[in-house]
Design a protein around this ligand. Structure first.
Ligand SMILES: Cc1cc2nc3c(=O)[nH]c(=O)nc-3n(C[C@H](O)[C@H](O)[C@H](O)COP(=O)(O)OP(=O)(O)OC[C@H]3O[C@@H](n4cnc5c(N)ncnc54)[C@H](O)[C@@H]3O)c2cc1C
Length: 476
């Protein structure tokens, strides 16, 4: 009997899933497929925290499908071979999937689509992840944008005013005898247990995403004021759910618009949040048009920049949150404990690595890649290039975040630092971000020891060194 295959990748949801909807519209029985092929991501194969999320998200999708009488068929890659084999087993006539925008995925999907179409099958990709796909936005000269504001001004006019697609009211599934790997055999979970903090923080899967969105909607009007404060829950924490496609940006926008009914000023108050969704679009636009930037500077002037050769001990101290700078260490420990870090602190730790330590941003990008549950090639690449001054619309290299001033401004009571750096629990807020400046007797009284009495580098000297390095490369 003919069937339609839905090849799930990073669209692990039933609501607003155009590929799933297209498969259902065929009227054919469905096979829900996931192909595990991490090597196809090339050198950016998912890291350990992403794998943790994926395990739970696949399990959640399988549970949802089972509740509707189906299940997720899990196979191992290569993707083309797995799909072709499944077509042979099921007599499938059509394969539907959601578009990805990473260079390796684009290349692979193109080959698969060409092959399937050449063999006479319907092979369709749909947009599940973005408001506007990257090739639909360009400057008047037909070029990609490199600056966010004009990009977003253009993109926002193209956001179709359509409601998200509802989850299929009913689904007919193909023969239940198809073989499937169990999700456990993909070995996505850590063999030594470091994931307690992840379990305590997250509920991967579509239901977890919807719950997170519901909680955030109540707070969304405060986002503009709270978004830079790591000591309060001021952001949506939807990034891993968005990355794995457990929720779409259209669903988020529709939920905001629904909440705004009857309150005309409300959409203005949540505009700062919608703008961040715009940054998400922008980074996908950048990765699509400048795919080499995952490893190379977007601004080629920085190819001559004298980055320092990483000292293993210093790099290790940065990674493990033992630099002696409380806001930097709190961020890196939050990352290790929860798989996520507040955006303001991401900017601070990235400035510290690329400017005070003067290490190439790729060292930071790789660490984040392995440890973030929301690790996303578009956002991570753009974030690191932005922070390192080498990217599009980037923070100029000479703007070096001072972790003391940043800490005092955005964690004024030291609550964020105290949460993740318990060694500093007894230190008064007024001095917590600069404990090394205290007299030794005060340090002893507050229990300040080790790197917090003597941080790993001198802020003023490292700043001067970074500026001198910057002066040594030519101007645009
Ligand atoms: C060095 C560095 C690395 C980063 N790496 C990643 C990454 O791997 N994955 C990732 O999703 N984000 C990354 N970001 C962007 C940003 O820090 C996170 O998206 C944000 O902290 C996620 O938290 P949230 O969901 O509460 O965001 P909110 O503030 O609630 O924003 C809503 C959504 O908008 C998107 N968004 C917000 N800010 C940005 C941004 N600057 N760029 C792109 N999208 C954005 C995210 O999808 C986010 O979920 C990085 C930023 C920096 C400075």
């Amino acid at each position: 009997m003919s069937v339609a295959i839905v090849w799930f990748r990073r669209d692990l949801r039933l609501i607003d899933n155009a590929a799933l909807d297209a498969a259902v519209q065929t009227g054919l029985p469905i096979v829900a497929l996931y192909v595990h092929a991490p090597d196809e991501a090339g050198e950016w194969r998912p890291g350990a925290a992403s794998d943790w999320w994926l395990h739970h998200s696949l399990s959640a999708l399988d549970t949802q499908l089972r509740a509707r009488g189906g299940r997720l068929i899990v196979r191992r890659g290569p993707s083309l071979a797995a799909i072709t084999r499944l077509i042979g087993e099921t007599e499938a006539v059509a394969v539907f999937w959601s578009q990805l925008y990473e260079p390796a995925a684009i290349a692979r999907d193109h080959i698969i689509q060409q092959q399937l179409q050449a063999d006479g099958y319907i092979a369709e990709s749909h947009n599940a992840a973005l408001f506007v796909e990257p090739w639909r936005v360009s400057t008047q000269a037909g070029q990609p944008y490199r600056v966010f504001t004009p990009f977003w001004r253009n993109a926002v006019t193209q956001i179709a005013d359509v409601l998200p697609i509802a989850a299929p009211a009913s689904m007919r599934f193909a023969d239940a005898t198809l073989s499937s790997e169990s999700i456990d055999t993909l070995a996505l979970l850590p063999t030594i247990s470091w994931d307690a903090g992840l379990h305590a923080t997250w509920l991967p899967g579509e239901l977890g995403a919807l719950a997170r969105l519901r909680d955030f909607i109540d707070e969304a009007a405060r986002y503009g004021d709270a978004r830079n404060r790591p000591d309060v829950a001021g952001t949506s924490m939807l990034s891993p759910h968005l990355h794995f496609g457990e929720i779409s940006p259209r669903q988020i926008l529709a939920a905001l618009q629904l909440a705004a009914l009857g309150d005309p000023g409300w959409m203005d108050r949540v505009e700062p949040y919608v703008r961040e969704l715009g940054w998400r679009e922008f980074v996908h636009h950048l990765l699509f048009h400048f795919p080499h930037t995952t490893n190379a500077n977007l601004n080629r002037r920085f190819d001559d920049f004298p980055w320092a050769t990483p000292d293993t001990a210093l790099l290790d101290a940065w990674q493990c949150g033992r630099s002696g700078f409380p806001i930097v260490d709190a961020g890196m420990r939050q990352l290790w404990e929860t798989g996520w870090m507040h955006n303001r602190v991401r900017m601070i730790v990235a400035s510290f690595l690329t400017k005070n330590l003067r290490y190439h941003w790729i060292h930071g990008a790789r660490w984040f890649w392995d440890t973030l549950v929301d690790a996303d090639l578009a956002a991570n690449t753009a974030g690191w290039q932005w922070a390192g001054g080498t990217g599009a619309d980037a923070a100029p290299y000479f703007r070096i975040f001072n972790p003391v001033l940043q800490g005092e401004r955005f964690d004024p009571h030291g609550a964020y630092v105290k949460r993740y750096v318990p060694e500093l629990a007894g230190v008064p807020a007024a001095v917590i971000h600069k404990a090394w400046l205290l007299k030794p007797s005060d340090q002893a009284a507050f229990g300040i020891r080790g790197v917090y009495a003597r941080p790993l580098l001198d802020l003023a000297q490292s700043r001067a060194d970074a500026l001198a390095a910057y002066a040594s490369i030519g101007r645009d």
